[in-house]
Ligand binder design. Structure first.
Ligand code: ADP
Length: 259
């Protein structure tokens, strides 16, 4: 049978952090990091104390998306102070290595780096720590799901069949290690032409909702494909903070309220 988490002693809590929520996707490029960032900012906008841990070691994007540069400091040479912007505390491998340096690490090194970013960072008192997981369902993801005391996981998928297949794998991975799946978000759900308003379902539409129903998981909401979401993220001012009154910002905040 499968190892049961109750029998694993290696899941110590992170002091001061009330809940750790993973944002995951079955494959790369579906907008997992964009969603994790706007979700974290949405949680903060809803009045929670929020941290954001970029566990995407091989492709860290939080420094850029959160508009943070510079290096974390340490008071005692052991514990790092997290960086901060928009009221959210952030830690990312991107703060520790140059942007164009490839991480050529094997699994065990990645795991120890993740453990350090989780436990050797002065997160302080947080209501929720959002973890932007690496894409996929490989060894690193599984170990992460097993060793980090996750309160739950949110799965991001595009509506496409192939992405949904991978999302299902991700969901099953969390269920296997008894991490509650909080729900599925459909990203790039549809596209509205800014010029004529015509709607196109670029990657199909509604697949994530159907998949959620099929799998008995919550459907948390849909986010359209919109150049504003991409541009604001690239500029380091994600849409939730760039235009808090916009429809996009409201959608992210609504989803954050359900997580
Ligand atoms: P992942 O973390 O899954 O690899 P990213 O969040 O890095 O994906 O997103 C991949 C690219 O797609 C980025 O350039 C991002 O700005 C863009 N993107 C993500 N979601 C949206 C969206 N809803 N509308 C427009 N662009 C998006």
């Amino acid at each position: 049978g499968h190892a049961h988490p109750a029998q694993q002693p290696e899941k110590p809590l992170v002091p001061g952090v009330r809940a750790i929520v993973a944002v995951a996707s079955g494959k790369g490029g579906v907008g997992k990091s964009t969603t994790a960032t706007n979700l974290a900012l949405g949680l903060a906008a809803n009045g929670l104390r929020v941290g954001l841990l970029d566990a995407d070691i091989y492709g860290p994007s939080m420094p850029r998306m959160m508009g943070i540069s510079g290096r974390p400091t340490s008071r005692d040479g052991k514990v790092l102070e997290p960086m901060e912007n928009y009221g959210v505390k952030v830690m990312s491998m991107g703060f520790l290595v140059a942007e164009d340096t490839p991480m050529i690490w094997r699994g065990p090194m990645v795991m120890s780096a993740l453990q350090q970013m989780l436990r050797d960072v002065n997160w302080g008192e947080l209501d929720v720590l959002v973890v932007d997981m690496p894409p996929g369902t490989g060894d690193a993801q599984l170990t992460m799901a097993q060793q980090v005391p996750l309160a739950g996981a949110v799965i991001v998928s595009t509506p496409q069949d192939i992405a949904l297949l991978d999302a299902r794998k991700g969901l099953n991975m969390f269920r296997k290690v008894d991490v509650p799946v909080l729900g599925i978000i459909e990203n790039m759900s549809y596209f509205c032409c800014p010029n004529c308003g015509h709607r196109t379902d670029v990657f199909s539409h509604g697949g994530a909702k159907r998949e959620a129903e099929r799998l008995g998981a919550e459907f948390l909401g849909e986010i359209p494909l919109d150049i504003v979401i991409r541009e604001t993220s690239d500029a380091g001012t994600p849409v939730v903070v760039a235009t808090p009154e916009s429809e996009h910002a409201k959608v992210y905040r609504r989803i954050a309220a359900r997580v």
